[in-house]
Design a protein around this ligand. Structure first.
Ligand SMILES: NC(=O)c1ccc[n+]([C@@H]2O[C@H](COP(=O)([O-])OP(=O)(O)OC[C@H]3O[C@@H](n4cnc5c(N)ncnc54)[C@H](O)[C@@H]3O)[C@@H](O)[C@H]2O)c1
Length: 259
């Protein structure tokens, strides 16, 4: 089957920023391929998309496994006939200092956040090359550039994503494929709200903790990241490639709000 609508493949679309991206593309009329290693969460996203009239399928995949990525790209092509957009969003966290981090932490983080992003891109690229078109949006992180104390491996992987971004953009631009990265800063997802709830902290009280954050005095919301991802993937960004955009309420410029 060849679909006339845009087809967006989104990894880690079972929750948080990935789910917000799925909804953003769906509201713009795209068909959505929901990729996640969490079947329940991924299927729930598909159900939510179908509720708003979107054609959506769920593909179970652990993006750190290359064969899983080849499989989700195949499922997307089988169902819709083409792949216009990949949002390589799936990512995991590891906390602690370098002294606390283990070899296993390094292997796990590199496997998902770096190799997984690479395998996801590698899986869709043959179809995009054949089409001579495609937009890939990687999800980085503001802290890859600013640095911080307690997530060194995570920040290394996100810095690696920026390098991959440039390599992919340089190599595949001649096929009409654009590659860009959106770098969110603190973005409040269900993960954070559930963690807060377990500690007896309400969503409002949790958000209030960020009143000194960035230049806008608040953390971001998943829909705000999804809006930037959508822009980068859209025709509005047709001459933008190899770039990264900080979507961080001004956090990364390091300035203090004017008082
Ligand atoms: N939330 C933030 O504050 C923030 C800030 C900067 C960057 N980011 C980045 O944004 C992306 C999304 O973050 P989030 O906060 O929405 O995370 P989240 O934990 O809410 O969601 C991540 C999703 O990815 C899925 N996933 C995890 N490992 C996977 C794997 N190996 N294969 C397939 N799916 C997998 C999870 O099941 C989950 O549905 C990540 O790359 C993260 O590093 C988030």
């Amino acid at each position: 089957m060849k679909s006339e609508s845009q087809v967006a493949v989104i990894t880690g679309a079972g929750s948080g920023i990935g789910k917000a991206c799925a909804l953003r593309f769906a509201h713009a009329g795209a068909n959505v391929v929901v990729v996640d290693c969490d079947d329940k969460a991924g299927q729930q996203t598909v159900n939510d998309l179908k509720d708003i009239g979107t054609e959506a399928i769920f593909c179970h995949a652990d993006v750190s496994r290359e064969q899983n990525c080849i499989a989700f790209a195949g499922q997307a092509i089988h169902r819709f006939g083409h792949i216009d957009v990949l949002v390589a969003n799936a990512g995991i966290r590891a906390f602690g200092t370098i002294l606390e981090n283990t070899e296993d932490d390094w292997d796990r983080m590199l496997a998902v956040n770096l190799k997984g992003v690479n395998f996801s891109c590698k899986a869709v690229l043959p179809k995009m090359i054949e089409q001579k078109s495609g937009a890939i949006v990687l999800i980085g992180s503001t802290t890859a550039m600013t640095g911080r104390t307690n997530m060194p491996i995570y920040d290394v992987t996100k810095f690696g994503v920026l390098s991959l971004n440039r390599s992919l953009a340089a190599t595949y631009g001649k096929f009409g494929i654009r590659v860009n990265t959106i770098c969110p800063s603190k973005t409040i997802t269900e993960f954070h709200l559930n963690k807060a709830k377990a500690q007896g902290i309400s969503p409002d009280a949790f958000r209030a903790q960020f009143e000194d954050y960035g230049l806008l005095g608040r953390a971001g919301e998943p829909a705000e990241i999804a809006a930037a991802v959508y822009f980068m993937a859209s025709q509005e960004a047709s001459f933008i490639t190899g770039q990264h955009l900080m979507v961080d309420g001004g956090y990364s410029i390091g300035a203090k709000p004017f008082t």
